[in-house]
Design a protein around this ligand. Structure first.
Ligand SMILES: [Zn+2]
Length: 378
């Protein structure tokens, strides 16, 4: 089992009397697992790469991002079933709202529904699509532009880094053509009735060459997640990505359904299953202390407790638990700091420890992508 509470690692929080959410949350199952397992610190974000979920989750799945990461958009493109040719790149195409003064007032374009957004993205493709560029509808405000590789050479700023600030346009050789596309999108998006005013292109990259998980590790793996970026990694590595209706990527996600999907996958023949839950990360971005603690307690009571019982019923098992990066509540964004990991083997007791930031602070950080091989005893 691989358990990923997205962004759960944190820093001391004043509202928790200087404790972190991992320290404050009541997690008896996790505590017991840590007491019988091995805890340590993992460097999931290699130096020089952005502390994104794409990079961190690639590490957790056992692939070195320094070798395999080509950008964020091509991973999301894979989640949509798109495969890029060698002469193509994918851009993330946000529907955003920029006001008359040029301020990025909403990087999520007023959070349109997936259905409403798809109408606009199809209209954009109708109006602006050519042999060189094609717009593909995704989820809510998050879409994909597939472009000729000639359009790849630009530095683009993620729109969520520009919130309530002047929009910083792309720079570099391809910037004028990207700017022209974004400018031209205003007529179509503006006529749509959505709160969004235009598209914003960023996060570009070519098709990653990820060897399949089965070829790399010799076993079959399944995954459950509500997040396209993580789903895309599952698709690219040939995992069986299971759809769970109640998986929302939000605080209200159906923890039980994800746990049961994992146990069902293992019973049906998968050798390894990945459960990813986004709620801890969303709470971190929102600076919502109570929701982050609650999300960890939900992990413990609604996933880990029954999961361990289910695993015991299936035979011997091993479990790896760690987040893909930290999302400290006081910063409301990701950091590159190493994160605590937990490795448990049902057959043998480890040194035991405490699964918190402080409990692992003295351990030397191991490269995050090496933990998969340790989990699988390779
Ligand atoms: Zn993440």
């Amino acid at each position: 089992m691989v358990c990923i509470p997205d962004g759960c690692a944190d820093e001391p929080v004043p509202d928790l009397d200087g404790r972190t959410p991992l320290e404050a949350a009541k997690t008896p199952v996790l505590d017991a697992l840590a007491a019988r397992g091995e805890v340590g610190r993992a460097a999931v974000i290699p130096p020089g790469l952005p502390p994104g979920s794409d990079v961190g989750n690639m590490s957790i799945l056992g692939y070195d991002p320094a070798e395999h990461h080509t950008g964020r958009a091509p991973i999301e493109a894979a989640a949509l079933g798109l495969r890029l040719r060698d002469d193509q790149v994918a851009y993330r195409c946000n529907l955003v709202a920029i006001d008359a003064d040029g301020t990025m007032v909403d990087f999520a374009g007023g959070h349109p529904s997936t259905e409403d957004a798809a109408v606009v993205i199809r209209a954009l493709d109708e109006a602006l699509g050519t042999d060189e560029v094609a717009f593909h509808p995704g989820v809510q405000y998050r879409h994909i532009l597939v472009a000729d590789r000639a359009l790849a050479d630009a530095d683009c700023v993620p729109p969520h880094d520009l919130s309530d600030r002047p929009a910083v346009w792309p720079t570099g050789p391809a910037a004028p053509r990207l700017r022209a596309l974004m400018d031209a999108s205003r007529a179509v998006v503006g006529a749509s009735g959505l709160a969004a005013t235009q598209v914003w292109l960023w996060g570009q990259g070519s098709q990653p060459q990820l060897p399949s998980f089965a070829d790399t590790y010799g076993i079959e793996a399944g995954m459950v997640t509500a997040v396209d970026l993580v789903r895309g990694l599952g698709v690219l590595t040939g995992m069986d990505v299971v759809d769970v209706p109640g998986a929302t990527g939000w605080f209200d996600t159906d923890y039980e359904a994800k746990r049961d999907a994992a146990l069902a996958g293992l019973r049906d023949g998968a050798d390894l299953f990945v459960i990813h839950v986004e709620a801890t990360d969303e709470a971190g971005h929102a600076g919502d202390v109570a929701e982050k603690v609650t999300a960890l307690e939900n992990w413990d009571r609604r996933i880990l407790g029954p999961l361990v019982e289910g695993l015991d019923a299936l035979g011997d098992w091993r479990l790896l638990l760690l987040p893909d990066h930290a999302t400290p509540l006081v910063l409301k964004t990701h950091t590159s700091d190493p994160v605590p990991y937990l490795l448990v083997d049902s057959r043998t007791d480890g040194a035991g420890g405490v699964y918190t930031e402080a409990g692992t602070a003295r351990s030397a950080a191991v490269p995050g992508h090496e933990l998969m091989a340790r989990l699988l005893e390779r």
